[in-house]
Structure formats: C-alpha cells, structure tokens
Write a protein that binds this ligand. Structure first.
Ligand code: ATP
Ligand code: MG
Ligand code: MG
Ligand code: MG
Length: 569
C-alpha cells in the first residue's frame, strides 16, 4: 500500500473523551471513528487489524473441526418467546417492529437461532457431535458503552454452539474449545488467563472466561501462585471459605427493589446493620441481566445511615441508587470515575466496579482508611488507590490451600459455557439416540470478542509514542519511509524497488511516499505501530545502506541495501 493513496487519519491530540489508552490510540492512529454512543466505523487501518484477528480465530476454529455458518443479525421474537428470554432479557436487547407490526430483535447472541436451525436439520445421534460458529455483528444496548470498541453496543463476536447426544460428548468438545481458545490467544500474543467463571443464573454446569491482563480491565480475576486455581472474582467469592467474613445475607436474594438490595449489599460490604450511622453517602448500583445488583460506586461522605441514603442527600445526583453518570460522580467527588479518589478527600472514595467485588474483604472504612479482614487476618490500610487495596489482599491463601492469591484486573475476551439442555429443552431440540429413542440435545456455547481483542492487544502493547503491534495482527508488518522522495528520483526508485521486493516475499508493506516532513512520517509510523521500519534516504543510498528500526528497538541501525529481505527473514 502506498501511504499517499491510503487513509492515514492520524491525530496529534489525545481525544478528551477517551479514557483508556487503547481508545485514545485507536482514535489517534486513525483506526476507528465514533458514529454515536457505542457505534464505531472501522477505517482502513483499523479494519486490517480486525480482519487479521478474525483470520486467526477462523483458522483455529476450523482446525478444531467447527463448521462456519452465518446467521441473520435480526431475529424474530417468536424464538425468544419460546426460550423464555423475550421476557427475561433486560434493556440490553434491542427490540424492533417490522412494517407488519411483528416483533424482532437485533441479536445480542444466537442460542435461539442456532437451536431452531439444528432442531430442523439434525435428526440422528450419528450426526453428532457438531459445532457451528460464525463471526458476526452483535448488538447489545449496553448501559454504559465506553472505552471505544472495548464495550461497544455494536461489536463483532465469534460465537459457536455445539450439540451432543450426551454430557460426556459435551465435555470433550468443551475441552477442545478450551484448548482452541488458548491457541487463539497464544497466536495473538496476548498475556491472558483462563479462569473459572460463575455459571450464575444460566445454571450451566461449567464455564470459563478468558481474560487479558490489563490495569484498565473492568473485571477482577484471582489466581494462585502455587496451583492451577484461577477464577473470576465472583466465582472466587462464591467458593472461598468464609472464615470470619460476614456471610452473604440470605435476604439479599429476596428483597424486591434494586434499592433495597443495594442497601443490603452495602450493609454486608461494611459489616454493619443498615441502621448504623456511617460516613456513607453515595451508592451507585447497577442491575445486570440476571437481576443481581452490583455496587459500582461507594462514596463515603457525611453522616448517614444506610437506610437514609436517598436522592435528596445527594446534591446533583437525581437517582443515586439506580444510575449516576460518571460525570455526575466526577462532579461530586472531584476526581475521575474509575479511579480511587485522591487521598486529600475528606473520606475514602471507591469508584470502581471491581473494587465493589472486594466487598467481603472490606469490613469498614473511616477517614483514615479501610479496615480489611481476610480469611486469616485483619489489617488497617491507609487511604490509597485500588491497587494498594489489591496488594494487601494478595497473599491471602487460596481456596484450595495451595500458594497465595494474586488479584489482577482482566478484560474478558472469551467465554465458554456448558449450556446443558436449557435451550434444547425449551425449544424441543431432539435427535434419535442409539436405541431409536428421542433424546434432548446437550449444548455448549463459546464466544470470543473479536473487536474487543483489537483494543485489548493495544492495552498490552504500547509506549508513549503509540501502538506496538504484535506481528500477526499488525495492519502492516513493514513500513518503508522515503525521505524527500519528491526531490530525489533515486530515493523514490529505491523505495519502490524495496516495496515490490518485500511485497513479493509476502510481507504487508506500507510505503510512506507522502510528501511530508520526515518527523511527521516517523511519528505516524510509530503511532500506528508498524513492527519494522526501513528508511530510504539520499545519504543512505550514497553509502548503499538502509536505516532499520524495530518498533521496540531503542536504536536504529544501518544495513546494506541489498540485505533488507534476508534481514527480515
Ligand atoms: P461483559 O462481561 O464484558 O459484559 P459478557 O460476559 O456480557 O461480556 P458474553 O455474553 O460472554 O459477554 O459474550 C462473549 C464475548 O463477547 C465476551 O467475552 C466479550 O469478549 C465480547 N463482548 C461482550 N460484550 C461486548 C461489548 N459490549 N463490546 C465488545 N465486546 C463484547
Ligand atoms: Mg455483558
Ligand atoms: Mg462477562
Ligand atoms: Mg461472558
């Protein structure tokens, strides 16, 4: 590709509304542009990366024996009524009508559609097991779309669904998918952990999430230094020995309103009775699709009982117990949401979703800091950042008694699930078994956040100059920068020659033949994150050399003009 004829839409300034590095760099490197909240266009530079991620996912899925299909994005309501999810699925489901007034939704996931397809196509156990996947656009009307394509409303997912005549066969495929996911994330060069996940309301028998480790991650994961134990924080809390921690309140599940649930959760969080006076004022709760309310923000300020937490006590926040926007919280506490507040606040501040999951550990807080209890210890911790809190928690023994726990933040990039017969039973998907009897299908489902991976990779691979792509997903593998080529036909010619040579050898090459100052070109190639850079200049040609610099290298080096290709190979 010639840069002079390619959309290099780089920006110098960091966009004000982009909070995390990947979002900032995807905008600055000209990879994506926002259309509306949670909706993004992929520019040529970004799409090249997305397609390379897709290709790796597709190759590994094909290798696993899964078969690619493509299902409609728009789905009829009838199927969702059959599974019961038309009622259950909350606000994330984008519902719509056609011109005849029939109900449809834009698929957030495809269990219903695939189950409908399979119940009509497969008749016998002999056709099983079978695993079908697609790489396709999903829509979820996320409550808080943010971080660019990381939590978008429209995004690209690889979703796969497997069908089995019995649980053993499901087990086998589940393991194959686990291995396949490891192969995918290994090839993508990501630092990730597979963790046990809570199968929660779906009620399946097993579930694993794959998390890319990154400080900007919205989830917290726990793993042991001394054993294979790894779980997301919800699962870890569900199975961890309770020790002297307060037991989860039983009423928590029964109270009706999110507001009441939040107060219950808070009381548990602080290990106090709901009528105790505390320096506690703002709670932000969020209810997920399964009806669990989670604490999103807890701000300790002023003397109130938990029962008194009401809108009128919270200047500037209309509905504190349902949703306060980041801006509102920021205004109230004078620091950025998503961080733990500055130490000079009058009282501790936690504005962090994953910190809320540390609930069982934090058993009190006052002006000076937190009082924490673990399984075998109690400690006072001064005010500080979330990471400090986390560091204190590290070192707690793990649930299986081996090694110590590490708590890190993760970005969920994959999720595998044993569904059992939830959908097949509701939708009557059966085949004939070996004895000629009708058997309800066992199902598994397996998701990969294809577009989220692009952002996750940047979270792990960048410096202050820009993105540092791992080679397998770099938009271009090699940049050739010509200096003052418009004045020097020799430079132009040498650049073109090298470009052709490398292209023919199979490299993705960007020839930066733009009539721009060298500094501008270098800065762009570094921001875009191309792994290898050659510079063709008059000075170099005189000495019959090229300048080479790897994106991670500190120094440049000169190499003989004729040796560019062998140098790369
Ligand atoms: P999250 O916990 O981040 O909301 P999820 O558990 O709701 O994700 P799944 O239903 O497990 O998501 O979907 C499979 C994969 O799709 C996820 O592991 C994630 O990588 C990706 N994904 C889910 N929601 C989004 C989103 N809003 N934007 C981008 N990718 C997403
Ligand atoms: Mg979600
Ligand atoms: Mg999740
Ligand atoms: Mg998930």
């Amino acid at each position: 590709m010639r840069a002079s004829r390619y959309l290099i839409a780089t920006q110098k300034e960091t966009p004000a509304d982009a909070e995390i590095i990947s979002h900032q760099m995807m905008l600055r490197a000209g990879m994506i542009r926002k259309l509306a909240s949670g909706l993004y266009s992929w520019l040529p530079m970004g799409l090249r990366v997305l397609r390379k991620v897709e290709r790796i996912v597709r190759e590994e899925m094909d290798k696993s024996g899964a078969q690619e299909v493509l299902m409609p994005a728009v789905q009829p309501a009838e199927l969702w009524q059959e599974s019961g999810r038309w009622e259950q699925y909350g606000g994330e489901l984008l519902r719509m009508n056609d011109r005849h007034g029939r109900n449809f939704c834009f698929g957030p996931t495809h269990e219903e559609v695939i189950t409908d397809l399979i119940r009509n196509e497969l008749k016998s156990y002999k056709e099983l097991p079978a695993n079908f996947y697609q790489i396709q656009t999903k829509f979820r009307d996320e409550r808080r779309p943010r971080f660019g394509v990381m939590r978008a409303r429209e995004f690209i997912m690889k979703d796969a669904y497997s069908f089995h005549v019995n649980a053993e066969s499901l087990n086998d495929t589940y393991h194959v998918m686990h291995r396949t996911y490891c192969a995918i994330f290994d090839r993508l060069g990501l630092d990730y952990r597979a963790v046990e996940a809570d199968s929660g309301a779906i009620g399946g028998s097993a579930s694993h999430e794959f998390h890319v480790l990154a400080s900007s991650g919205e989830d917290a994961i726990v793993f042991s230094t001394g054993s294979d134990y790894a779980a997301n924080i919800e699962k870890a809390e569900a199975v961890a020995p309770s020790g002297d921690r307060p037991a989860p309140s039983q009423e928590l599940k029964e109270v009706a309103t999110p507001e009441q649930r939040t107060i219950e959760a808070l009381a548990r969080f602080l290990n106090v009775d709901a009528s105790t006076t505390l320096k506690t004022l703002l709670v932000k709760a969020e209810e997920d699709e399964d009806g669990n309310s989670g604490l999103v923000a807890l701000i300790l300020r002023g003397d109130h009982t938990l029962n008194e937490i009401k809108a009128e006590n919270l200047p500037g926040v209309a509905e504190p117990l349902t949703m306060a926007t980041d801006e509102e919280i920021e205004k109230l506490i004078g620091c950025k949401a998503g961080s733990i507040g500055p130490v000079n606040l009058p009282a501790p501040v936690i504005v962090d979703r994953s910190a809320a999951h540390l609930a069982d550990f934090v058993c009190g807080a006052n002006k000076e800091g937190y009082h924490l209890t673990g399984v075998n210890w109690e400690r006072d911790v001064p005010l500080g950042r979330v990471e400090d809190l986390r560091n204190v928690l590290e070192g707690d023994p793990s649930p299986d008694g081996k090694g110590t726990l590490e708590i890190r933040r993760g970005i969920e990039v994959g999720h595998i699930f044993k569904l059992g017969n939830k959908y097949s039973k509701a939708m009557n998907a059966t085949v004939l078994d070996e004895n000629g009897k009708s058997a309800t299908l066992e199902m598994g489902c397996y998701g990969v956040g294809v577009s989220r991976i692009v952002a996750s990779s940047i979270e792990q691979n960048h410096d202050d100059k820009g993105i540092i792509w791992p080679e397998p997903i770099a938009p271009f593998e090699v940049a050739i920068v010509t200096l003052n080529a418009h004045k020097s036909p020799a430079v132009m010619e040498a650049g073109e020659k090298l470009y052709e040579q490398l292209r023919q050898a199979g490299f993705d090459v960007l020839l930066d033949d733009r009539n721009e100052r060298p500094g501008v070109k270098f800065a762009d190639m570094e921001l875009i994150g191309i792994p290898h850079r050659f510079v063709v200049s008059e000075r170099g040609l005189t000495a019959e050399t090229l300048e080479y610099k790897g994106r991670r290298d500190a120094d440049k080096q000169d190499i003989p003009l004729a040796e560019a290709l062998p140098f790369l190979i």
